[in-house]
Write a protein that binds this ligand. Structure first.
Ligand SMILES: Cc1ncc(C[n+]2csc(CCOP(=O)(O)OP(=O)(O)O)c2C)c(N)n1
Ligand SMILES: [Mg+2]
Length: 350
């Protein structure tokens, strides 16, 4: 194992990263899928924001606008039976597993058509049938659970990989360190992905962390290779994800990947994010993963009309999904007593 820091994209160390070419030999179909997925995530979350502004979203919500390349890169590289664990900022990670826009928007609005019939809301999107094993609102809580799922896959010999997304602030929680140590000791097929968006709730990570790279600089303490990538470059993310999935499936154990990125808005729906310097925000808006990737595809010879088709199909899809979700009724009160126990019933109450 290399003890030398691997900085896949050197420029990510000096924010903001510049526009990159993404040297990888990635098939054009894969690149189109990466673009489509990012675009779909963007439109879905913009719609979630609009619905919130219309007072139609129940409870709070945390958007990942600007962070789409991470969800797209990992989602595109994974196998359908892999496991995803994410945080309350999990709309995109859930969507890329194949969960429909209707069920996500319906869930946010507390409707019958929602993924959890409106009972979970934005922070708890879960769909076991899609491998989306939950969105966790307690910081760090899901890292040991993701390690447990990987342990189960290893025991069953299924070659499934468990991928766990979390924020920079999570690296200062004990569960992060416990999960890493446990995963390394058992050589588990798990990928820990730190989406370093430079901020926790309202605090800059650099103000409260002893090291420059909150995840990568801790990797060597657990015998792992420190990996920092440009989390706004879908090709770079896809490559790093593919490498980590292959390693995990080959019995090579866990990976810890720090993806540098930025959320365009505040922490949650109530936060305008004014604590961030204007020039920093602008620099990251200039490095928006979606227009950057679109420009690259055009440079590679993709027809403008092909990209416009992807965009108009997606725009139509979100309109239809919004309509369907808005027309869906509120669920009946019986949902209070179902899906609360493993068998889905309420017999445990006796
Ligand atoms: C154990 C715990 N402590 C505190 C909180 C309150 N809290 C919610 S989000 C958050 C910030 C997390 O920041 P980060 O891990 O960087 O994730 P991001 O929101 O940037 O994606 C905090 C402190 C919590 N949910 N759980
Ligand atoms: Mg953060």
């Amino acid at each position: 194992m290399s003890k030398k820091k691997k900085d896949v994209n050197k420029s990510v160390k000096d924010e903001p990263p510049g526009i990159l070419k993404g040297g990888a030999e990635i098939a054009i179909e894969t690149r189109l899928r990466l673009y489509r997925t990012m675009y779909e995530c963007r439109v879905l979350e913009q719609r979630a924001y609009d619905l919130f502004m219309q007072n139609l979203v129940k409870g709070t919500s945390h958007l990942a606008l600007g962070q789409e390349a991470v969800a797209s890169g990992f989602g595109t590289a994974m196998r359908p039976d892999d496991y995803t664990f994410c945080t309350y900022r999990g709309h995109n990670h859930t969507y890329v597993r194949g969960v429909s826009m209707v069920s996500i928007l319906g869930e946010l609005m507390g409707r019958e058509c929602g993924l959890l019939r409106g009972k979970g809301g934005s922070m708890h999107l879960t769909s076991v049938e899609h491998g989306a094993m939950g969105s966790y609102a307690i910081i760090g809580a899901h890292l040991p659970v993701a390690a447990g799922a990987a342990w189960s896959a290893q025991y069953r010999g299924t070659k499934q990989v468990s991928v766990c997304f979390f924020g920079d602030g999570t690296t200062n929680i004990g569960a992060f360190h416990e999960a890493l140590n446990f995963a390394v000791i058992w050589k588990l097929p798990v990928i820990f992905v730190c989406e370093n968006n430079l901020y926790m709730e309202y605090t800059a990570i650099q103000d409260v962390t002893a090291v420059e790279h909150p995840a990568a600089d801790r990797a060597e303490a657990y015998g792992l290779e420190p990996i920092v990538i440009d989390g706004n470059d879908a090709d770079v993310v896809y490559e790093a994800a593919s490498t980590a999935y292959a390693k995990a499936r080959d019995g090579g154990g866990p990976s810890l990947i720090e993806a540098k990125t930025y959320r365009h808005g505040g922490h949650s729906r109530a936060d305008p994010g004014k604590y961030r310097p204007d020039d920093e925000l602008q620099a990251w808006l200039d490095k928006d993963p979606i227009p950057m990737y679109r420009e690259r595809l055009v440079g590679l010879g993709i027809e403008e009309s092909q990209l416009k088709e992807i965009e108009s199909e997606t725009d139509e899809m979100v309109e239809l999904a919004t309509e369907e979700a808005r027309n869906s009724p509120s669920p009946s009160t019986d949902i209070a007593f179902i899906d609360v126990w493993a068998d889905g019933g309420a017999s445990w109450r006796n």
